[in-house]
Every structure is written in structure tokens, then in C-alpha cells.
Write a protein that binds this ligand. Structure first.
Ligand SMILES: *Cc1c(COP(=O)(O)O)cnc(C)c1O
Length: 542
């Protein structure tokens, strides 16, 4: 018998070992660990395959539904992970990948993350997190102050108050938005006389008690789909999220917003919340928050600002004015895992009024006792990791002026890229950057001229072909693996609001250089020439 493969065995002793014996530095896992500590970019660059495999191929590697009966040596398993999983993952931190909202992470995050995992605190209650609870409350206080800029005594009074909360930390913008709307719903349909409140009696009885024929959430057509999920979960229904058209700058049309509010009032439908978007996911534009605040107040609606992506802009004194009016919001969502360079799983919502979270308070006898400072009494999620520590560390290590440099740099880079696009005869800038996000497409100059003078029908035919060309270029570029931009479909005013396919670029990675941007554009122009169907067709029309 030839033994060419060691076999691991299940035994109490081997299990004891995995809990007590560290990974040897010269083992596979040990080498991976030291490599990622010393050169993460190099490690990712060499282990993530440049050219991608079809998902259907990858699925074959993950086809077995049986839980293994035989244990694996961790080094063998590490090889398996590198081979099948890491190699086919996405290089989100590559400076050439400018299509995502997540980018490179600073190095100090790696050992700190490991410490966080090692500590394995559970923020649901103080018993399992101790100092992590006041630390998280401080982070919420800092982010609250960033948004609302209240005075020192306000924070002294409320930051660590047991029965109040300046916000809620959670896994991301989706849960943050849901939490904000949950608070809004429960405050609107609060206990009143014999009625014990929507939290106890449910939506059906609440609407009957308050004599409403329905509730609505109003947001611009560029609102994030997490709002629909929230409306669904809160029992309000996705169709009650009403999309208000935007102007040519992708900002909510306040005239139409006001008219919708009037119409709903006539129909006896209460506006639960008006949501302003501060940095739309597709175009990065910011709604006129001060005007929305005014309308929300007149219709007694909770004013929420979804600043999941753009909220970090508040850290820049130069660009903060773009979000003027945000301090009037009843609640604001910010994702630290987007423009604050913290890893995935760090979202938060802050509330103007420290008492408003009382509306979603839950208590349990064994934990979360009334009057305790347990964070779990007003968060949707139960067990939660100490992610706030990474936000805390980033705020201290990078500091506000450091963030300002990063944010200003990203916006200026986006302006530079927009300039490149505008100067190139064969590209069309579709949405100008307000923050560090822009959209554009490849559109040969002769076709651009043709479009300008075409009838509606001709325009449509040309745009259909251009959509196909955009898709072709985007896919080809992704498959080639050198660089990546994303694509989305947005309504373009210039083409009568037609939903048009565009490239979408987010310039948040501080390591992305001007040369990289020039190369991305050059590669796209080159790839367009490889399209054997759409480009020749387009050129033959012009
Ligand atoms: C990303 C984003 C969300 C959702 O946040 P997740 O962290 O992905 O849950 C919500 N709103 C906006 C505007 C976003 O950009």
C-alpha cells in the first residue's frame, strides 16, 4: 500500500489541538498569514486569477451538499480554499477596479480585525462586551456629532444614557434604513389611549385606530432598493414606496414631491417618511435636503436621509456644504464600509432625537433588562460583532483631516476622469460627478452627431445598439481582468428619460492613479473595435 496522502482523523485529542495549538509559522496557513500581513496587495494580485471562469464552472466546485465525514488538515484545506475560492473571488481592492463602492483597506485594519475576531465580543449586551459597549456608543456619538453638530453638553448628557441612544450600529445600510423606518413607523403609530401601539397590536389595528387608509414612503426614483425591502418587512408594502421623478441632475423634483404629498393627503394616506438620498448609488447625486426637510415637516413625515454611501463626505469641510440640510433629518444612515475604508459589515443610523429609539425598544428578562445599557434593546440584530472598534480606530488613526484628504482626492479624481471622457471624441459623459461617482458610455463622435439630429424613432434604434456595445465592452473588460468598471441602466433626460445602459465608475480607491484612468479609457476604446457587430452597424448608420 502506498500512502500518498495523509489522512486526518477525528479524535478528542485532535479537536483539542485546534483550540490550543497555534498555526505553525512554516505551515501553509502560517505562510499565508505572514504574506497577507506583509504584502496583501501582492498576495491578492497573485492569488486571484486574472481571467474569470464562468459561474457555472465555479458551481461545480461547490456542488457537494454532504457535510464531510472525514476531517481535513487545515493546510490541505487552505490549499483547497486558495485554489477554488480565493482564485475565483473579486479583487475589490485593486486600484484598477473602479466599479465598486468598496475599495482598498488600510493595513492597520488587518491586525485589528484579527484582534476583534479573537476577542469575539458580542455587542448585544454588556455582559459579553463590557468596554465595547461604551466604545460603540462613542462611535455613534461621533457620527451623530458629524451629522448634527450639537454642542458638547448634548453629548455629555446623552451619549451614555441608559434610556436613550444617539443611533444604532448594524451590519450595513440596508439594516440601518430598516431601523430608521421602523422607528418612524412606531413613533407615528404610537400607543394612544386604549391602543397599545403598532409594536404591540400590529399594522392593521394601528391604521384602524388612527383612521388612515394607508402609509407611504416617498423617495426619488434613484432611491436604493433597500427601502422597498424595509417597506415589505414593516408590513407597509413595497408598492407604498413611491418613486418621485428626478430633475436632469438626478435630484428629487421637490415640486412633484409636494404635489404627491397633497394627493396622498386627499386620499387619506399618511406619509410615513420622506427619504432624501445623499449620494445615490447609481449617480452619486445629492437631493436638496433642506427643501425636503421643509416639506416633510409640513406633512408631519419622518425625514430620513439615506447617506449610506455619501455620508462620509461630511468629513470634508470643503465638500460638506453639498449635504446642507442633513442636520434637519430625523435620522441618517451612513455605511462605514463604503467611503470610510472599514471592512464590510459596518453600517449605522443616527437619530436627531436621542429618545426616538424608545419606539423600538425590546426587553427580555435574562438580558436587556429595563434600564440597562445593553445595546441589544434597540437594535434589529441580536448578536453582533465588535465592528465599531474598526470605525473607532479608523477615526483615530486617519482623523477628520485625513478623511478630508481622501474624500477630496476621490472627488477631484472623478472630476479629472470626467474631463478625460469629455475630451475624448468617442466617449459621452452621461452624469457629471458631484461626489466621486460618474457614468458614461462609449459613443463614436459620428454617432453622437447623428443622435443629435435624429428623430425619436431613429434615436431609439441607435441607443439600442449603443446599449449592446456598452454591455459588450463592459463584459469583455471584466473578462480580461485588467480593470473593471460596473454598468447600470439609468434614465437619461437628453434621450427623453430613456433607460440607457452606462458604465458606472466610483473613484474611492486612493491608489487609483491618473495613468490607470487613462488606461481604462484606452482599453475600452480598444475593446469597442473588437465588437464585430454593434460598432460596424453603428458606424454604417452615420
Ligand atoms: C449601499 C447603499 C445602501 C445599502 O447598504 P448595504 O450596506 O449594502 O446594506 C443603501 N442606500 C444607499 C444609497 C447605498 O449606496
Amino acid at each position: 500500500m502506498t500512502v500518498n496522502k495523509r489522512a486526518a482523523k477525528v479524535s478528542e485529542e485532535s479537536l483539542h489541538r485546534i483550540f490550543t495549538i497555534p498555526v505553525a509559522p512554516n505551515s501553509t496557513l502560517g505562510r499565508v498569514e505572514s504574506e497577507i500581513s506583509q504584502n496583501l496587495a501582492g498576495f491578492l494580485g497573485s492569488h486571484i486569477a486574472a481571467t474569470e471562469q464562468a459561474l457555472s464552472e465555479i458551481e461545480k466546485d461547490f456542488a457537494d451538499s454532504q457535510i464531510p465525514e472525514d476531517p481535513a488538515f487545515v493546510s490541505d484545506h487552505m490549499h483547497h480554499l486558495l485554489d477554488k475560492l480565493v482564485s475565483q473571488s473579486v479583487h475589490t481592492s485593486s486600484p484598477n477596479f473602479i466599479g465598486h463602492m468598496t475599495s482598498a483597506l488600510p493595513y492597520f485594519i488587518l491586525p485589528l480585525s484579527k484582534l476583534m475576531i479573537g476577542l469575539n465580543q458580542n455587542l448585544v449586551k454588556i455582559e459579553t462586551s463590557k468596554a465595547f459597549t461604551p466604545m460603540e456608543r462613542q462611535v455613534l456619538g461621533m457620527m451623530h456629532r458629524l451629522v448634527y453638530q450639537d454642542e458638547e453638553p448634548f453629548y455629555q448628557q446623552w451619549m451614555h444614557s441608559a434610556n436613550h441612544s444617539l443611533g444604532a450600529f448594524c451590519s450595513g445600510g440596508t439594516v440601518a434604513n430598516l431601523t430608521a423606518l421602523w422607528v418612524a413607523r412606531n413613533n407615528l403609530l404610537k400607543p394612544d389611549g386604549d391602543f397599545k401601539g403598532v409594536a404591540r397590536e400590529g399594522l392593521f389595528k394601528a391604521l384602524k385606530h388612527y383612521n388612515y387608509d394607508g402609509l407611504a414612503i416617498l423617495v426619488s426614483a434613484r432611491g436604493h432598493y433597500s427601502l422597498k425591502k424595509s417597506a415589505d418587512v414593516l408590513g407597509i408594502g413595497q408598492d407604498s414606496v413611491i418613486a418621485i421623478p428626478t430633475d436632469e441632475n438626478n435630484k428629487i423634483d421637490c415640486q412633484l414631491l409636494e404635489e404627491k404629498c397633497q394627493q396622498l393627503a386627499r386620499e387619506n394616506i399618511q406619509v410615513l417618511s420622506i427619504v432624501g438620498v445623499a449620494g445615490t448609488t447609481e449617480t452619486g447625486n445629492i437631493d436638496p435636503l433642506d427643501k425636503i426637510a421643509d416639506i416633510a415637516q409640513r406633512y408631519n413625515a419622518h425625514f430620513h436621509v439615506d447617506a449610506a454611501w455619501g455620508g462620509a463626505t461630511l468629513l470634508s469641510n470643503k465638500y460638506r456644504p453639498l449635504l446642507k440640510g442633513i442636520e434637519l433629518a430625523d435620522s441618517v444612515t451612513i455605511d462605514a464600509h463604503k467611503q470610510m475604508y472599514v471592512p464590510m459589515g459596518a453600517g449605522l443610523v443616527v437619530f436627531k432625537n436621542p429618545a426616538s429609539v424608545a419606539a423600538i425598544e425590546h426587553h427580555a428578562e435574562y438580558i436587556l433588562r429595563k434600564g440597562s445599557k445593553d445595546l441589544g434593546s434597540h437594535t434589529l440584530e441580536g448578536s453582533r460583532p465588535g465592528m465599531a472598534m474598526l470605525v473607532y480606530a479608523a477615526l483615530h488613526v486617519i482623523s477628520r483631516p485625513g478623511y478630508e484628504l481622501l474624500i477630496n482626492g476621490s472627488i477631484e479624481k472623478a472630476n479629472y476622469f470626467a474631463q478625460l471622457i469629455e475630451q475624448h471624441a468617442d466617449f459621452e459623459l452621461v452624469t457629471k460627478p458631484e461626489l466621486c461617482l460618474l457614468t458614461y458610455r462609449y459613443n463614436p463622435s459620428s454617432v453622437q452627431k447623428l443622435l443629435a439630429n435624429a428623430s425619436d424613432v431613429e434615436q431609439e434604434n441607435i441607443n439600442v445598439l449603443l446599449d449592446k456595445l456598452t454591455e459588450f465592452i463592459q463584459k469583455r473588460q471584466r473578462e480580461n481582468g485588467k480593470s473593471f468598471v460596473s454598468r447600470t441602466r439609468i434614465e437619461v433626460q437628453k434621450y427623453q428619460g430613456r433607460k440607457t445602459l452606462v458604465f458606472r465608475v466610483v473613484l474611492a480607491n486612493p491608489l487609483t492613479t491618473k495613468t490607470i484612468l487613462q488606461d481604462v479609457l484606452a482599453e475600452q476604446a480598444q475593446l469597442a473595435q473588437e465588437s464585430e457587430r454593434f460598432l460596424p452597424l453603428l458606424l454604417s448608420m452615420s
